[in-house]
Design a protein around this ligand. Structure first.
Ligand SMILES: Cc1cc2nc3c(=O)[nH]c(=O)nc-3n(C[C@H](O)[C@H](O)[C@H](O)COP(=O)(O)O)c2cc1C
Length: 222
């Protein structure tokens, strides 16, 4: 059995998946356990929409077509801050270049970058696409609580031999998603989750992101 530490260390964003179906009962079991996540006064301010087979494929067709035509809806919440401090820019660039480096995409090659960005809207080939919404009334505090739920899904995926990629890219298509998954007006679409069996041989899955040293973000007070 995978320990929690092993699952945390093994989890990373997978951006290429095998063409292999995921048993929907495994997905249901993951969600069933993930729902034990803590939330303030037990609000459980999340809802989840799981797409596979036709539902997934129809969405992918329309989303990639919108991407190709440059007809995205635009964000209903601010995905990135308007003012990015230097540390934010550096970390953002760091992950971007690690990924493009693994793929052999050079700086300035916008065509290849766009093609990689497009893969978000194919769930990177994952057979299951999940959407997570947050109840509007909870505000920023509640988004953190939904984060617990999302992380549990990611770790349980590892325990089941699966991999994930969280995808705020879908925040660019809230209207299209409203048509496909019919989430109500009192929910905000936060992110997608690509779920499937990782293609470990694909170059995009070869790199790992770094983390800050513990002493740079922790204080131990006695
Ligand atoms: C809420 C959220 C949204 C994300 N959205 C995307 C996305 O749209 N596309 C993508 O390729 N990666 C996305 N990521 C993955 C992050 O880039 C990744 O988690 C981070 O660089 C750390 O790398 P790791 O997940 O491999 O440890 C997202 C992560 C989070 C937590």
């Amino acid at each position: 059995m995978t320990t929690v530490s092993e699952a945390i260390k093994k989890r990373h964003s997978a951006r290429a998946f095998l063409d292999k179906d995921v048993d929907i009962d495994i997905v249901k079991n993951i969600i069933e356990i993930a729902k034990q996540s803590p939330s303030g006064v037990n609000t459980q301010p999340w809802n989840i929409y799981v797409l596979s087979s036709d539902a997934r494929n129809k969405l992918v067709d329309e989303a990639t077509s919108r991407y190709d035509q440059g007809k995205m809806d635009g964000q209903e919440y601010l995905v990135y801050p308007k003012e990015m401090p230097d540390w934010y820019k550096e970390r953002r660039r760091g992950v971007g270049w690690a990924m493009y480096g693994a793929l052999g995409i050079e700086k300035g090659d916008t065509e290849k970058m766009m093609a990689q960005g497009r893969k978000n809207y194919e769930f990177f080939g994952a057979p299951v696409g999940i959407f997570v919404t947050v109840k509007n009334c909870v505000g920023p505090n509640g988004w953190g609580h939904v984060g617990h739920f999302i992380q549990n899904i990611c770790l349980l995926a590892i325990e089941n031999g699966l991999a994930t990629c969280l995808q705020e890219a879908w925040a660019e298509l809230p209207k299209l998603l409203r048509e496909h998954i019919n989430y109500p007006d009192d929910e905000t679409l936060w992110c997608g989750i690509a779920l499937g069996y990782e293609d470990e041989a694909d170059p995009v899955n070869q790199f790992r992101t770094e983390r800050e040293d513990l002493e740079n973000f922790s204080k131990f007070l006695k």
